[in-house]
Ligand binder design. Structure first.
Ligand code: PMP
Length: 399
């Protein structure tokens, strides 16, 4: 028999999908399930996005488009990133992909040779590990536990960069922790980055529209403009505009990198469809009330989650300030039992919680932090308090 390629063996099925699938099956079997597992926004884009897509459909050329993204989309994205604080970028600094996920794969192919080192903080978005594995890069994972609010310190970064990794991958606001780096924290990390000119910097900041408490979104290039020549900013319409299924991601970075990604596109995807492009243009350049309202709504939900978790003895949750995730430390439950089921770790905890209380959360080990679990609070507000009450009950029943 011929064998599959080794890289397939290195790719693991997503732990998030495993929990979500179990929850779905229990629901289909009639169980009352509250799902805190999937990280997708619970809202649809504005009517102007659908109108633009319908209009584009009515005169779609049916042809291949630009490998880099259409000029209209690149111009809309330029305005969008300018509003975020990125100045001095032109079309040649940009390129497109089928969502931020595919953009990140393209970047890995563009920047990493087999055996090169890529470093990133844990907790991390699960796909970072998989990307490193698939392109055959060495991942140096920098553990940032609950006591440091899951945030990378300048000292940790300095230690990692002293090894001269090829790529430093950074995510702010964070999936899975909901942490947001302040202007001062970004500036302190940027100082360290400036010392190591041989490392590419990739900032995956697709939750940049969801920052609470007036913290604002900050990037290393705002603090240290010279980092622009080796920093790639990754964005997407998925979370900001409630468009995860439309699959549009973009980068802004040095021309050489944008060109490399565009060349890879010419081999991988050719282009993004015209209808989707028109929808993305409308999202970036149309009214921004929906993302703003959603940001306020998620901040309110965060308050509900944090207040409920604070009342559970033994559970510790650093306060999230962005995205739509909370990442409580559940390790106080390890070594205990629930209805005779022993809980040794986060996977046991999430399985027992789902089985006993019908609440689906994702084990932290999926994100490189086995002491915690991820709560995604995009569900309707009416499910939030009952779901959290069931977690509290579960904790209280541990012996
Ligand atoms: N980066 C992070 C941190 C994410 O959470 C996600 C989606 N869950 C992505 C990238 C991928 O987003 P997209 O839908 O644009 O592929």
């Amino acid at each position: 028999m011929p064998q599959l390629a080794q890289r397939v063996g290195r790719a693991k099925p997503s732990a998030i999908m495993v929990i979500a699938e179990t929850a779905k099956q229990l629901k289909a079997a009639g169980r009352d399930i509250i799902s805190f597992s999937i990280g997708v926004p619970n809202f649809l884009p504005g009517e102007h996005v659908y109108a633009a897509a319908r209009e584009a459909l009515s005169h779609d050329s049916g042809q291949y488009g630009s490998n880099r993204g259409s000029d209209a989309l690149l111009d809309a994205f330029l305005k969008h990133i300018q509003a975020l604080g990125f100045t001095g970028y032109g079309r040649m600094n940009l390129s497109i992909g089928i969502g931020a996920k595919q953009v990140l794969y393209n970047l890995a192919e563009a920047l990493l040779n087999e055996g090169d080192e890529i470093c990133f903080a844990a907790p991390y978005w699960t796909t970072y590990r998989d990307i490193a594995d698939i392109v055959g890069a060495q991942a140096n994972v920098l553990h940032c536990g609950p006591s440091q609010h899951y945030k990378l310190t300048p000292e940790q970064l300095d230690g990692a960069l002293a090894r001269r990794p090829k790529v430093f991958l950074f995510n702010n606001p964070s999936n899975p922790t909901g942490m947001v780096y302040t202007r001062e924290e970004i500036a302190a990390l940027a100082e360290v980055l400036a010392k190591y000119p041989d490392t590419w910097i990739v900032t995956d900041d697709i939750y940049n529209s969801m920052v609470f408490d007036g913290l604002g979104y900050h990037n290393f290039v705002f603090a240290r403009p010279e980092l622009r020549e080796r920093l790639i900013f990754v964005d997407s319409v998925s979370k900001t505009y409630g468009m995860p299924g439309w699959r549009v991601g973009l980068i802004a970075g040095p021309e050489s990198v944008a060109k490399a990604v565009t060349t890879l596109n010419s081999n991988h995807i050719t282009s993004v469809p015209e209808v989707i492009t028109a929808a993305a243009v409308a999202a970036f350049s149309g009214p921004q009330e929906i993302p703003q309202a959603k940001c306020r709504e998620f901040a309110g939900k965060r308050d509900i989650v944090v207040a409920a978790l604070a009342n559970i003895p033994g559970l510790v949750c650093p306060r999230p300030q962005g995205a739509f995730y909370a990442f409580p430390d559940i390790s106080a439950a390890f070594g205990k039992s629930h209805n005779g089921a022993r809980i040794e770790n986060d996977v046991d905890f999430c399985a027992a919680l789902l089985g006993a209380k019908g609440v689906a959360c994702v084990p932290g080990s999926a994100f490189g932090e086995p002491r915690a679990m991820r709560i995604s609070y995009t569900c309707p507000t009416a499910q939030l308090e009952p779901g959290l009450a069931r977690i509290a009950e579960f904790f209280a029943e541990l012996s």
